[in-house]
Design a protein around this ligand. Structure first.
Ligand code: FES
Length: 117
């Protein structure tokens, strides 16, 4: 049986592959996850919560020392074994804001202070 990487918030999953990091999964599955430092562990926009399957990942890096116990940076979290499914939830507020604002298509009326004559 092949184990999976799940993003339950988005109902998306993919087979676990050793040595692949969670940010790569997020990109492939089109999960709206910030990554302005491009995976260098600096921006912290890719912060995630591991709800299940923490044991399939590598150990936390020094860049993740300030995170809560079950949190990781997706760019630093690498699959080390494929013995179990892993469930991942986004925890970064910015990522969740992208989700909530992406749904509604409200028309916004602009009222600038200066106008073109
Ligand atoms: S992509 Fe910036 S910390 Fe992970």
């Amino acid at each position: 049986m092949r184990h999976k990487t799940h993003f339950p918030q988005f109902d998306r999953e993919e087979d676990l592959l050793k040595e692949k990091n969670i940010l790569d999964y997020a990109r492939e599955l089109k999960i709206p996850m910030g990554s302005s430092c491009r995976g260098r562990g600096i921006c912290k926009e890719c912060r995630i919560v591991i709800e299940k399957g923490y044991e399939v990942l590598n150990k936390k890096t020094e860049l993740e020392n300030d995170l809560n116990e079950n949190e990781r940076l997706a760019c630093q979290a690498i699959i080390k074994n494929d013995s179990a499914d892993i469930h991942i939830r986004l925890s970064h507020k910015g990522s969740l804001e992208q989700i909530s604002t992406g749904e509604g298509k409200k028309e916004v009326k602009l009222n600038p202070l200066t106008k073109k004559k």
